[in-house]
Structure formats: C-alpha cells, structure tokens
Write a protein that binds this ligand. Structure first.
Ligand code: SF4
Length: 355
C-alpha cells in the first residue's frame, strides 16, 4: 500500500469531528487555520465557535473594529495573528470585492498566511495538491523514513518538503493533509507515541530500529529573553490610567498600565516605586494598596511582571494615558496578566468570556 493510502484509510475511519471539518467554506477554513496556528485544538475550538457566531461571514469580520477582534482573541496569545486576521478580512472585503483567493499562490499573498496555511486551505477547499507541513508532519516523516537532518535547518526544510511533495495524495489532498495532522496530534505524539494503533507501524523505520524518541532532530531554539515589567495601576475615583501599546514590541494595540521596564528583578524597592509613581501622577498624594507579581511565558520571552495598585485622591496627570472605567477595563483587549489582575481586583464580577 502507498503511504498516502494508509493515511487516507485511517483518516476516514478515525478522524476527529470538528465544526471546520463539516465545511469547505474558505472563510471558515481560513479562520480555523489561523486560530489553530500554535494552538491546541481543544483550546482553539471555543475561539472558532465564538468567531463564527459573532462574525458568520468575512464581511462581518471586515467591518468590525480591531479592538473587538483583539478582545475576542484575548487569552489565545500571539496577537499578531488577530491583527493579521482583521487586516486580511478588510483587504479581501474592500480590495478584492469580498472574493477569497482560490489558489495557493494567491493565498500566500495574504497577511498572516504562510506556506503551511496556504497549503492547508488550498488542499481542503480547492483540492490543490499541496503538502501542508507542520510540526506533526515533520515528526511523522522523520520517524517513518528515519531522517536525522534537523527539521528546522535549511537543509532539513528542503529534504522534508521534497519528501512531503512526493508522498501527497493525488485524489484527495485535503483529507490526506488533515489525516497526517490528526495522526501526529493523536497517535504519533512527541512523547509516548501509540505505535500499536498507528496505521504506519508496518513501514515505520524508527519503530523497527527502536529509536522513536530520538526523532525528529531539532536545532536548539534561540535563547529566551527575560524581562522585568514594572506596572503602575493608578486608580482615582474608580477610574484607571491606561495606555494603548504601539511599536513593534509584544502586545501591540492591546491596553496596559503605565510601565517602567527594569533591567533587573523588582525587589520591592518601595522608594524607587514611589518615585516613579510621583512622576506619573504629578506629585499628588497616593498610597500603594498592594503589589502583585505574575510570571508569563511567551515563545521567546519570560516576563516577570509586577503590578502596583495605587490609589490617589487627586486627579492624576493624564499625559499619554487615558482614563478607563471599570466597565471599559473589562471590555478593552488587554494582555493575559492584566486580565488576571482585573479579575482579582473586580472579583466576583466575571469577565464577559467566562459567563
Ligand atoms: S509507528 Fe510509532 S513512531 Fe512510527 S509513525 Fe507510527 S506512531 Fe509514529
């Protein structure tokens, strides 16, 4: 039997049911693919449901405000995906007369759509013979064909791409691609793969050589940068000073508090924190009600966050900040640690998406 026949046969009998599997609507497939980038299916499912309920068509998404998209995305991380999603929806609606591109090359021109996503969409929606290669696929191919070249090296990428292109199913590339992804997610997992129930176990070289856990090979990722974010949540008569993040740093277009980034850990230097507070609020009297610490991991950054909750009885200087009420604070898109902070502060009022 051919490699692709094993995959197709297994997929048709064992595939997991997800709402995006019941449609060929390119808008919905695109939405699911963007949401599922770097996200577990179990987590992505509720976001897919939310997005398709609130934005059932591309036009609904295109004509909404970016802030609403970011708010719905809150908690999923990698916010550039949400910004690109909205930019692309607007581009298709306003510049392409609402018509979604219908082939790999044109899909690749869309913001936020890389080779993997373009291959997945074009094969599922338009039956185009394109191999979609993600981490799951690299792992399966490395193990079945006993490939020891690093999957994230230039040479490795070429080798795997060539192999994947040679294996793809001619007749049903969409189901084949989804089958490989499912197999990697449920059977050929990074640790403890379920080889006994794998449709490829009779041809898997790594299994016969008993070297499964050695594959795939990966060059170590770049060093994780450690950052110390010292936030000042200034509250005056139930209103908070906040700021819309700009530039190329993390959390672009999300809202946060006045921030002083440190180069070293915050060791509760209250003199220093009080001085910064004075600078922000303009010399008014204040009290630091409490300071809360959070740790938050991003792909290449480890964030050590301190949020000082400061109460002042006189109106603070606003400078570049805006005043936000409690209701607005819950509606605005904010980074996860600030969402947590608000949750604890406003407890027991739950956040919208948890009702
Ligand atoms: S036999 Fe085991 S290692 Fe080989 S592809 Fe299947 S699950 Fe992966």
């Amino acid at each position: 039997m051919e490699f692709s026949s094993y995959i197709l046969h297994w997929y048709h009998n064992e595939h997991r049911d997800f709402p995006w599997r019941a449609t060929k609507n390119v808008y919905k497939i695109w939405l699911s693919e963007i949401i599922l980038q770097q996200t577990r299916t179990s987590q992505g499912l509720s976001y897919y449901t939310k997005f398709t309920d609130i934005f059932p068509t591309l036009k609904d998404l295109a004509i909404t405000k970016e802030e609403k998209v970011l708010k719905l995305w809150q908690g999923l991380g990698y916010y550039s995906r949400a910004r690109n999603l909205h930019t692309t929806a607007k581009h298709i609606h306003y510049n392409l007369e609402g018509v979604f591109p219908n082939n790999y090359e044109e899909l690749l021109k869309l913001k936020g759509v890389g080779p993997y996503t373009a291959a997945a969409i074009s094969s599922i929606c338009f039956n185009e013979k394109r191999a979609a290669i993600d981490g799951n696929v690299y792992r399966i191919l490395a193990r079945v064909f006993d490939i020891h070249t690093a999957i994230n090296s230039t040479k490795g990428i070429k080798i795997f791409q060539k192999l994947a292109n040679s294996l793809i199913c001619e007749t049903n590339p969409g189901d084949y691609n989804q089958g490989l992804m499912d197999l990697g997610a449920t059977i050929c997992t990074p640790k403890k793969p379920d080889c006994n129930n794998c449709p490829l176990n009779s041809i898997c070289i790594a299994r016969s050589k008993k070297i499964i856990t050695k594959l795939p090979i990966k060059i170590k990722a770049t060093k994780v940068k450690e950052r110390y974010l010292n936030y000042f949540c200034i509250e005056h008569k139930g209103q908070f000073l906040m700021n819309k993040r700009e530039g190329d740093d993390i959390w672009k277009n999300l809202y946060d508090f006045p921030l002083k980034e440190l180069h070293v850990p915050n060791n509760n230097n209250s003199t220093h924190d009080k001085k910064i507070t004075k600078d922000i609020i303009g010399g008014n009297s204040f009290s630091i009600k409490k300071s809360v610490k959070y740790k938050h991991k991003l792909s290449h950054q480890k964030l050590n966050i301190t949020i000082h909750h400061i109460i002042t009885n006189q109106a603070p200087r606003e400078n570049n900040y805006i005043k936000i009420s409690q209701k607005q604070a819950l509606e605005l898109p904010v980074p996860k640690p600030i969402e947590k902070f608000f949750q604890e502060l406003f407890n027991p009022i739950p956040l919208d998406n948890e009702r």
